[in-house]
Design a protein around this ligand. Structure first.
Ligand code: KG4
Ligand code: ZN
Length: 328
């Protein structure tokens, strides 16, 4: 099945052509530089940029894959969750393209997309597996028992892991998005310099919490004073990153214990983090588990993962999907 997918749920305009587990093209136009000056994504600015970028990005995806609309079996698009205005740009474009050729359309849940990134080459992972999804908007443990969906075993009670990194980066005067900035600075710092709390470690459930950590960083910065805090930014970043990753890996290990999983995958933008990948690899090595680490470009938002999810979902025939709304 050959699918053209669109993804515009947040600030990246994405289109990809995927055939089974093979990615024929995967185009991402990042708007990060437009949002950087505000320290985060401005929804209305994101929608306007999507409008400008979506057609060129779709053309590039078709061009790189050397296919035309007529060669597609179906189109796919993220219906939610995400920013409503941003989602509507992708949804309207996908509806129009599909309707013009009377092709079927698959509406995809963004989080199922992050899970489905593991179905792609190289080394596609077959269910069942346990998947940790950590992104800017979500943090959850997913039981993936088949290709068609997942069950949430636990999730964050407050901030998402990526959100915690983005907020910390803002507090430390780093750029947006915060995760990569924290990772870069942390490489020069001491992860044991500040004893930030690894929340929920002793909690028997599978939920996460990151808002206390953010407060702990704010207190540490205030106690140090602005001059000393600036001088110790690398230590603060390293200690903070270690606490975020520590919680994610502790909960992943608990979930493995509870349900006896044999295979583990990571997804979402935070899964691009080197320390998280390293710690998860060590856990899987220790416990004899198969690990699927998708390439960083398939961890952060992209449309190839949306196509991968669509490949295993029901498509709506023309004209059924014309009445679809975005599902925020
Ligand atoms: O999945 P994603 O691209 O968008 C959402 O669905 O939210 O995730 C974006 C999040 C941001 O919070 C960003 O700071 C984080 O992923 N991120 C990282 C890294 N790359 C992106 N966090 C830690 N280390 C990274 N290398
Ligand atoms: Zn995402």
């Amino acid at each position: 099945m050959r699918v053209l997918a669109l993804e515009t749920s947040c600030d990246d305009t994405c289109a990809a052509v995927v055939e089974g587990p093979r990615v024929l093209s995967n185009v991402v136009s990042s708007q990060a530089s437009f949002h950087e000056r505000y320290g985060g994504v401005v929804p209305e600015v994101a929608s306007r940029h999507h409008l400008e970028l979506v057609n060129p990005v779709v053309d590039a995806a078709l061009g790189e894959a050397a296919v035309e609309l007529d060669d597609l079996d179906a189109l796919a698009v993220t219906r939610g969750p995400g920013l409503i205005g941003a989602l509507l740009v992708g949804l309207s474009t996908a509806k129009a393209l599909a309707a013009a050729r009377r092709k079927p359309l698959v509406g995809v849940d963004h989080l199922h997309g992050h899970v489905a990134a593991s179905f792609l080459e190289p080394d596609p992972l077959q269910p069942p597996f346990l998947c940790l999804i950590a992104s800017g908007g979500h943090t959850l443990l997913a039981a993936v028992r088949d290709h068609a969906g997942f069950e949430t075993l636990g999730e964050t009670l407050d901030d998402a892991a990526g959100e915690a990194l983005d907020k910390a980066a803002r507090l430390l005067g780093l750029g947006y998005p915060g995760g990569p900035a924290i990772q870069r600075l942390a490489a020069e710092g001491d992860p044991d310099a500040f004893p930030f709390p690894v929340a929920m470690r002793d909690d028997p459930g599978l939920d996460f919490s990151f808002s206390g950590l953010k407060t702990a960083l704010a207190y540490a910065v205030r106690e140090l004073g602005s001059e000393k805090a600036a001088a110790r930014r690398a230590d603060l970043a390293a200690s903070y990153q270690a606490a975020v990753v520590g919680q994610l890996v502790a909960k992943l290990e608990r979930a493995v214990d509870v349900d006896g999983w044999h295979a583990v995958a990571l997804g979402g933008g935070v899964a691009a983090n080197a320390l998280l990948r390293e710690r998860t690899a060590a856990l899987c090595e220790r416990r004899g588990l198969r690990l699927k680490l998708v390439a960083p470009a398939l961890c952060t938002d992209n449309a190839a993962m949306i196509a991968a999810a669509a490949t295993h979902s029901d498509a709506a025939p023309y004209p059924e999907y014309l009445s679809w709304d975005a599902a925020v």
